[in-house]
Design a binder for this molecule. Structure first.
Ligand SMILES: [Fe+2]
Length: 274
């Protein structure tokens, strides 16, 4: 199975002084065309939040239109698209527009916009880390209890968890300040207890980052649009860096497990046989 991971498209972002250099819709269109052009078609396409800049209806409509134009098979689950909201989204509104991408589990506590789906023998669980009106994320007790029950019901079966705020500290202090503030230790315990979490995939940091939690790898994919400056000085201010965007490409099989690649959207020359 091949999983393409696109995140932090930020449709509707006003680029201010970077107008003409940050173009979220055009960048997402290029990323989707890149997915379409992969030598091996993606089976699943994960969107890990900040789909839009401010949760506007028009921006979710634009998101759907871009998929219709660039990946016309997605309405027939080619690839299967799965999405969660980020701190810039309004997750309930996102679900109104994107219900087929955000399948709701039956037993979910009210107010949470989690996602659950199975594809190709892998169980996808999308967590809702959004705290309304706040840039940071949390996993509260209701969601952790639901996750514990859900993982118990999937005992022995492989799981991929995806979420907006990554459950790790990155050393990018300004971003860690608005990271996942509650629930990381509890999530680590649940992952360790389950023992079959193949990957935790997240966004929010606008950089490619690897980590681990509870014995599972954590991968943070960069934004399809604009990246955050990599500066590990604890006093570093937030800044944008316009690096070539990448998508995550994760190969998973029951026999081989997970292999995480990053693929540049703007193609370089090649491939050249060697
Ligand atoms: Fe973002």
């Amino acid at each position: 199975m091949l999983i393409a991971h696109l995140t932090d498209a930020h449709l509707g972002l006003d680029p201010g002084g970077l107008v003409g250099r940050i173009e979220p819709a055009a960048a997402l269109r290029r990323a989707l065309a890149h997915v379409r052009g992969l030598g091996t078609p993606a089976d699943v396409l994960l969107l890990s939040g900040d789909l839009t800049e401010s949760g506007a209806d028009a921006d979710y409509q634009t998101l759907r239109r871009l998929f219709d134009e660039e990946l016309p098979g997605h309405r027939h689950h080619q690839p299967r698209v799965l999405a969660v909201g980020g701190n810039h989204d309004l997750p309930l509104r996102a679900r109104q527009h994107l219900a087929d991408w955000m399948p709701a589990p039956d037993n979910l506590p009210p107010g949470l916009v989690c996602v659950k789906a199975e594809h190709g023998g892998l169980h996808f669980i999308g967590l809702d880390t959004v705290v309304p009106g706040q840039p940071h994320g949390e996993l509260g007790s209701a969601q952790l209890d639901w996750l514990a029950t859900t993982l118990q019901s999937l005992a022995g079966q492989p799981v991929l968890i995806f979420m907006h705020h990554p459950p790790m500290l990155t050393g990018m202090a300004a971003m860690d300040d608005c990271g996942l503030r509650h629930g990381r230790a509890e999530l680590a315990r649940l992952i360790a207890a389950h023992g079959q979490v193949q990957l935790v995939a997240a966004g929010h940091m606008h950089r490619p980052i690897l980590g681990a939690l509870g014995g599972a790898p954590v991968v943070v994919a960069p934004s399809t649009s604009h990246q955050i400056e990599l500066d590990l000085n604890p006093n570093a201010p937030l800044a944008v860096r316009l690096e070539p965007p990448m998508i995550g490409l994760y190969r998973w099989t029951p026999e081989d497990g997970i292999a995480c690649h990053f693929s540049h959207v703007q193609a370089f020359d090649g491939p050249f046989p060697i």
